[in-house]
Write a protein that binds this ligand. Structure first.
Ligand code: ATP
Length: 239
């Protein structure tokens, strides 16, 4: 589905990711974990085309995409929910969703055909709030809007950057359930998480990023073993 090879990227002339090699197979959910500043968000931004690739390449289904702009990559089915969500705060919920719906309609032969109503079914609170500006929504509600909007782009790879950060435990549970539902439907997912427990619940396997490099790769048996994840949290995430 998507692979990076010797991917180097950063800001200006300064690299902060070095030779990163990850792979997300079709219908697989992969987590990236790592401490603050490890380079997780930089990796997301580079994969979705918001930052240029300095060296190496990114392939989606065998096609090099590192020279495509972000909208070109979205057109190939890569959708991202960035940290901070980047919603149109003054526009209504309906407008936020309709803008994405219009973009998603341009995609042909999609595997996951989410409609406006499907998104409302996934997040029922939205039905009564369609006219409200999303800027007044709670953090959890905004995260759900950001996920709904990404789904309307009809992606086959959904990238979620820190979906649980700053949210109340009850809201995190709701978001985890939605992510698990997407996994069951076979959507490919890349999940960036500092919370190892949440990451493990939402993914099949994981990569550990430290100082811009992949320092460990956890296959399902290790990744879903509580002792391993406790050790990882101590080694890389400060407890
Ligand atoms: P966090 O969990 O805190 O978001 P992260 O693992 O996502 O951390 P990045 O945000 O990718 O890490 O940051 C990786 C490195 O790149 C850090 O050293 C950071 O200071 C640097 N960096 C991030 N954004 C910029 C920027 N806009 N300009 C310059 N350097 C940046």
């Amino acid at each position: 589905m998507l692979s990076t090879y010797q991917l180097t990227a950063g800001y200006g002339a300064v690299p902060v990711l070095f030779d990163v090699e990850i792979e997300i197979r079709a219908s697989e959910s992969v987590a990236i974990i790592g401490a603050n500043g490890a380079g997780k968000s930089t990796l997301v931004r580079t994969i979705c085309g918001l930052l240029p690739t300095m060296a190496g390449c990114i392939e989606k289904e065998g096609r090099s995409i590192e020279t495509l702009a972000a909208h070109g990559r979205a057109g190939l089915g890569i959708a991202v929910v960035l940290e901070g969500r980047h919603l149109f705060g003054e526009l209504s919920l309906e407008s936020n969703l309709r803008i994405a719906e219009a973009q998603g309609r341009k995609r042909k032969d999609v595997r996951f055909d989410f409609s406006f109503d499907d998104v409302l079914d996934l997040f029922p609170f939205m039905r009564a709030r369609l006219d409200a500006p999303v800027g007044v929504f709670s953090g959890g509600e905004q995260q759900m809007v950001a996920i709904g909007r990404a789904l309307l782009l009809k992606p086959d790879l959904l990238i979620l950057d820190e979906p649980s950060t700053g949210l109340a435990p009850k809201v995190v549970r709701e978001i985890v359930q939605v992510i698990q539902g997407l996994r069951r439907r076979g959507m490919s997912l890349l999940i960036i998480e500092q919370h190892v427990g949440v990451a493990a619940e939402c993914s099949d396997r994981a990569y550990v990023l430290a100082l811009g490099r992949v320092v460990d790769q956890l296959e399902p048996d290790r990744w879903h073993n509580r002792a391993t994840t406790d050790d990882l949290a101590k080694a890389y995430l400060g407890g």
